[in-house]
Design a protein around this ligand. Structure first.
Ligand code: GLN
Length: 522
């Protein structure tokens, strides 16, 4: 079954290895034929995650980075699109002259090659490969065959994540679906070394024994992965069951002792998530609020900032279009901070602008992320500088005051995939600003994913009416941070949420949450 949290299990395995000092890297295989996630709708697929190197990847990369506290690269994302593309390209170049090109061995060899290229380049101690989808899917079947073959050449263990339902009426944990899944893997020539059991309540001894019997495994290899208060608890939970030691032994890794201090610091942070001292409420005003996965990184960046400040930050999800309706604004009355996150398309933008105006006029801490910055500029232009109907060219290309517009180099772009301003960009921050105070540095790097920019034609006008431009690209050409004078209102063209990690929270989120806490104290 999909949606069991393979990303969390993969990340937990990576983190356990990281606690011992092993250099571990993930690889994610996704069966779809898109080259990458860049052209996917977040409503269908969850958020598109962006790496430093401009790759637009599956949201699982966000989980890997947040656990590992390490920046990853696009080579670690293997998609059906990339594999098929490579095979077809090679065929056209005559790379398989005389042969008829087939799924096995050509596509499977390509998959193995992509994994081995990562191994050669990065020389890690361990690679943890997450296979997207479910056993039995056509989309990932050739990849699973490739992994079977890979295991013939390298020290490999297989981990089977499965679902253990509990029927309310009977109150008993059922193992049949897990047995069938396991059998399907055996049919593919893969014998899992561990079975990780996702369930709503703790795995019962009886269930464990039954699963062990049917899978020819000892009971210590049947691992509980039941619902928990925080995903960040999982590496600790698996370690309590000895999964770390089993994997290290099975892979014949060089013996290392665990870094106790690192584990304790992790435990300390997780403790604050699970049992925070205090709480504060903020609103996230967006257009994809019905699917939380669309804002996964924003949510986690808030969790990290909360763990840092020892506050639970309660998020109120506000559908932006509701703020365009009568009485809609009432929803913002009880919050102590407002975030407008990234997004595409016109729907909801007027509601977001209403929220930003409300924050500015009522001195409520505001954080704008990408679209949230663009709309902060629009709101300021309209309501403070009096530029009537100011807008972003994305939403009104006829507006006289297109304070957000396409840059010249974006105007001729026809191809959609991989053509936005992407990846990590260096930014200069001006001393004495909210952004500088948050980062405590004049030079920072954040990740981007957008086409539109602050329109420099309006820079003077907006600055004259009081908008502060606190950060730009190194050459000063592109505006990266803007803010209000007086209260806490700051927004960036970047997506700082993408670089926030439990062990290294995003400075601007921490600053925002600090200000929301101050506001809540009155
Ligand atoms: N739609 C806007 C742009 O393309 C903002 C994108 C975003 O928020 N990621 O510039």
């Amino acid at each position: 079954m999909s949606g069991l949290g393979k990303g969390v299990v993969t990340s937990s395995v990576l983190k356990m290895l990281d606690f011992y000092g092993y250099d571990a890297y993930p690889i994610k295989f996704d069966g779809y034929l898109n080259h990458d996630c860049g052209t996917m709708n977040p409503y269908r697929h969850g958020e598109v995650f962006v790496l430093d190197d401009k790759s637009e990847v599956d949201m699982d990369f966000g989980i890997y980075e947040r656990f590992l506290n390490k920046s990853l690269g696009g080579d670690l994302s293997i998609t059906g699109g990339k594999l098929f593309g490579a095979v077809i390209n090679r065929e056209r170049k005559g790379g398989y002259l005389g042969e008829d090109v087939q799924i096995i061995p050509h596509l499977t060899n390509q998959a193995i090659e992509n994994v081995e290229v990562v191994a050669k380049r990065r020389k890690p101690d361990v690679i943890v490969i997450e296979v997207g989808g479910t056993v039995g899917d056509i989309e990932n079947s050739y990849f699973i065959e490739a992994m079977r073959q890979l295991a013939l050449k390298h020290d490999t263990v297989f981990l089977n994540l499965t679902y253990i339902p509990k029927m309310d009426v009977v109150g008993e944990q059922k193992t049949k679906p897990a047995q069938l899944g396991f059998r399907l893997l055996l049919q593919s020539g893969i014998r899992p070394n561990y079975v990780v059991c996702r369930s709503s309540s703790q795995l019962e001894a009886k269930t464990k024994e039954k699963l062990a019997l049917f899978s020819n495994l000892s009971t210590d290899r049947i691992i509980d992965d039941s619902d928990s208060k925080s995903i960040y608890l999982m590496p600790l939970h698996f370690m309590k069951q000895g999964l770390d030691k089993l994997i290290i032994k099975d892979l014949k890794l060089e013996r290392k002792s665990i870094d106790r201090k690192k584990v304790e610091q992790w435990e300390h942070k997780v403790g604050r998530i699970v049992k925070p001292s205090n709480s504060v409420g903020i609103a996230v005003v967006g257009k994809y609020t019905r699917l939380r996965d669309a804002y996964a990184s924003v949510t986690e960046a808030i969790v990290h900032a909360g763990a840092h400040t020892d506050y639970k930050v309660n998020i109120k999800w506000v559908e932006a279009t509701d703020l365009e309706k009568k009485n809609g604004m009432k929803q913002l009355e009880d919050v102590n901070g407002i975030i407008v996150p990234g997004g595409f398309g016109k729907r909801g933008t007027e509601g977001m602008i209403n929220a930003i105006r409300y924050a500015r006029e009522n001195n409520i801490p505001y954080l704008g992320l990408c679209l949230g910055m663009q709309l902060m500029v629009v709101e300021y232009a309209r309501n403070v500088c009096g530029l009537e109907n100011a807008n972003s060219a994305e939403f009104n290309s006829k507006s006289k005051y297109r304070v957000i517009d396409l840059m010249e180099n974006q105007k001729g772009v026809k191809q959609k995939g991989g053509t936005m301003r992407l990846g990590s960009w260096r930014c200069k921050l001006r001393k004495g600003t909210l952004a500088f105070d948050a980062y405590k540095s004049a030079q920072i790097e954040e990740r981007h994913r957008h086409r539109y920019e602050f329109n420099n034609k309006f820079r003077n006008t907006l600055e004259k009416c009081g908008l502060v431009i606190s950060g730009t690209t190194k050459d000063g050409n592109l505006v990266e941070f803007v803010e209000w004078k007086g209260g806490f209102g700051v927004a960036t063209q970047a997506h700082p949420e993408l670089k926030s990690r439990l062990e290294n929270p995003s400075p601007i989120f921490v600053s925002f949450v600090d200000n929301a806490i101050e506001k809540s104290k009155g």
